[in-house]
Design a protein around this ligand. Structure first.
Ligand SMILES: Cc1cc2nc3c(=O)[nH]c(=O)nc-3n(C[C@H](O)[C@H](O)[C@H](O)COP(=O)(O)OP(=O)(O)OC[C@H]3O[C@@H](n4cnc5c(N)ncnc54)[C@H](O)[C@@H]3O)c2cc1C
Length: 429
């Protein structure tokens, strides 16, 4: 009898540097690469916002199409099925004698619970379940501390990690795969029809999946050499190259953070190394830091008082004020510009995210978790730990040695949008 494995994709929609993909191909005669499109989860609400808005769905669909093409090029396919992973896999087990499920280790508490539920069900059916850490620059097992003793402050974390840990090599793209024949009517990828409307003012240069993300990285580094100015430009608000614009691909795992790390190192070796090239890795370390901190505090980041357990934050919820913020109709034109950009494109720069989050928390005095839930629904690059971790940080209930970050919008405007180019561009909607 043929040995069959299932690769369960949740994110990590790529072929390069993907341990579960390689392992599944190595251990089985045939492999089913599977993605479960779970509308119920996407539509489930948090503070009145859908978990996943249309912009992210459109992008996700493109990333899945690209992954399907990637598998096709090595002799397989990506099977997309609508429904919850638990039910979809239960159904597949009635057709195939599966040996093992290979998937990534989750960081969000609900996703972790889903994996636990699946694992229990599989145990009763004699199917193995293996999880892999695939989403960070540093592998969790290579950290010089246990998850429970991760420092609460980024600088401390970074200094220890930079001194004592090293980054593993990226894994190669598999050369071939053998997948069982499936009926055409089982494949539901073609029935997804989200259209990703692209606003011509969008700062994001490109969408698509893994293949486009790799081209983009190469262009950002070796062709445009934009990384040489990253540290000076990263706080700008307009344009396609002031920051790397990799976050949406990182969020879905179309590109591996470890791969980016090694490409930056290659650039430093072959072209030039300066403060800016280091700084991109520095920012990727922030991403790692939030992910590892989430493993330490899986529930607290979603609580009003965050990881501190107590604070001055209140459960305020004024629907009119919140609507005005979302629609870019507050008395503050600078904030409004960013909220319109976010609404239309699913993206705004790091600087503007900080400013609008601070405005929501300290000027409108609303419960920070409502702002975070709106971002979760709306951001094309939504990532559970980067989003909730940054919101908690600004609200003063996260990993900040200070008690919160209130941004003075007038000063910020003076520094980053003195000639009002950004406001004029987005407020003319
Ligand atoms: C309130 C708020 C919410 C945020 N929500 C998210 C989110 O859901 N998903 C997300 O990917 N980023 C989030 N960020 C972080 C940051 O704004 C984006 O990663 C960045 O703007 C994406 O653009 P870029 O890829 O050009 O970033 P670059 O400046 O080029 O940075 C390179 C990469 O480093 C990582 N990075 C940079 N800054 C941060 C940071 N502050 N925290 C964590 N990682 C960082 C990202 O993966 C980014 O792609 C949030 C920031 C704030 C203030």
């Amino acid at each position: 009898m043929k040995k069959i494995g299932i690769i369960l994709f949740t994110s990590d929609l790529r072929l390069h540097d993907n341990a579960p993909v390689l392992q599944a191909i190595k251990e089985n005669d045939e492999v089913i690469p599977l993605y479960c499109w779970d509308e119920n989860y996407m539509n489930s609400e948090q503070f009145g916002f859908k978990r996943m808005g249309d912009i992210r769905r459109g992008f996700l669909q493109k990333a899945l199409e690209d992954l399907h093409q990637g598998f096709k090029s090595i002799g397989g396919y990506l099977l997309v099925k609508k429904g919850n992973q638990f039910e979809v896999i239960q159904e597949l087990l009635t057709h195939y004698s599966v040996y093992k499920i290979y998937t990534k280790k989750q960081v969000g508490i609900e996703e972790k619970r889903e994996n636990e539920r699946l694992k229990k069900m599989l145990l009763t059916k004699g199917v193995d379940f293996e999880e892999y850490s695939t989403s960070t620059v540093y592998h969790p097992s290579d950290l010089p501390f246990s998850m429970s003793s991760i420092p609460e402050i980024f600088t401390k974390f970074r200094k220890i990690v930079e001194k004592e840990a090293s980054v593993r090599q990226s894994l190669p793209v598999p050369q071939s795969i053998s997948c069982p024949l499936i009926r055409n009517d089982v494949q539901e990828l073609n029935s997804l029809n989200y259209v990703l409307a692209v606003d011509e003012r969008n700062s994001l240069p490109a969408f698509g999946g893994e293949s486009m993300s790799l081209k983009h990285l190469n262009a950002y580094l070796f062709f445009g050499k934009h990384i040489l100015h990253y540290k000076e430009t990263r706080n700008e608000l307009l344009g396609s190259a002031f920051s790397s614009k990799l976050s949406h691909w990182l969020a879905l795992g179309c590109i591996s953070p470890k791969f980016i790390y090694h490409e930056v190192k290659r650039f430093e070796y072959e072209v030039e190394s300066n403060d800016s090239t280091y700084w991109l890795i520095f920012e990727l370390l922030w991403r790692d830091f939030f992910r590892f901190s989430f493993k330490k505090h899986p529930i607290d980041y979603f609580q009003l008082h965050g990881i501190l357990g107590r604070s001055e934050r209140k459960e305020t919820n004024d629907p009119k004020l919140i609507e005005s913020w979302i629609n870019g109709e507050t008395p503050n034109a600078f904030v409004n510009a960013a909220m319109k950009e976010l609404k239309l494109t699913g993206w705004t720069s790091n600087r503007m995210r900080q400013i609008v989050a601070s405005y929501f928390i300290y000027d409108l005095e609303q419960d920070w978790r409502i702002g975070a839930a709106y971002f979760e629904s709306q951001l094309i690059d939504y990532d559970v730990s980067s989003n909730w971790g940054n919101w908690a940080y600004i609200a003063g209930v996260g990993n900040d040695p200070r008690a919160g970050r209130k941004f003075n919008t007038e000063k910020q405007e003076e520094q980053y949008d003195k000639n009002k180019r950004y406001q004029v561009l987005w407020n003319k909607v």
